[in-house]
Design a protein. Sequence first.
Length: 370
Amino acid sequence: MVRLDPPPLDWCTTDDSVVRVALVFPMQGAAGIFGPTCELCARLAAEEVNREGGVLGRELRLLPVDGGAEPHRVARDVEALVDLGAVQGVTGWHISSVRRALAPRIAHRVPYVYTALYEGGEDTAGVFLTSETPDDQLRPAVHLLAREHGVRRWFVVGNDYVWPRRTARAAHRYARESGGTVRAEAYLPLGTHDFDGVLRRIEHSDADAVLMLLVGSDAVRFNRAFAASGLAERCLRLSTLMDENMLMASGPTATSRLYSTAGFFASLANQDTLDFHGQYAGRYGVEAPALGSLGESCYEGVLLLAALIDRARTLDVSAIGAKADTVSYEGPRGLLHLRGGHVRQRIYLARADGVEFDVVAQLDPRPTRP
């Protein structure tokens, strides 16, 4: 069992020798399945930062906040921490509904590094983003699957909030560019268990591919139901949110013809990834939750936040923003640079092989028509 030290009892007091950061990640709900990996990876990064001298010569400490609660509650709780002076920064993986509630309350006051893939378009001053957007992640994947597998007719299944709906809107454009179309869409509440109605709609459609925009355990349950229905023999699945923990929870019989696209897969055979595996296993042991893109994003979130502050030599958000486009950092995905508030990165396509991912391509950000 992995054991971590609890937050210090004096977290609500000011201390000039410490920089405290709210780590907002899901401890409950559909996304709770990968919450433990998010926390472990973020703590691994904080320990690394502190070994190298901390932030502005001060110790970096993480304060966990449940990002799986209702968005207004998460925003209220984090804003209260900022009001108290208990945290000087915010990072973590949480869904876009939480980010949209939180950013207006705190981004102009403390730096906020958001690590989840999202729908694109975030330009709030003081918000910095490490992960994928549809243009870089989904668009080239749709083009490649059309070119290599003849996919033309898509059915979108997503949770009912801003990220799936706006991503689906972009998917219509990507499908047309590749000579195809989105035939239908279905949106379900977070925490859905019954997919029978959606599966019947897919069965009665002429779709040859399903775009999954489902979060965490919802995607796991959909994968199992989809495989049990026999639709996997007819329809390929593509997810832009499927990490190794979700794949293992789905089970080897539920992952046939399932593809995922992301900026990181634990199975990438390069030195940066292998080093990250070694650090993670050395710190937490063999019983730790599996590494994946969502947990890895929280590692990067801590590194980027530390790099932003150190580059500006201050905790002032305006000064940090003024220097942001000169910031880079090195992590499990190599040397990365920040431009326009977003990290520029490589994106990969992987196919599920049982409960592991086989990376089949690095995606071209400028795909050509098939």
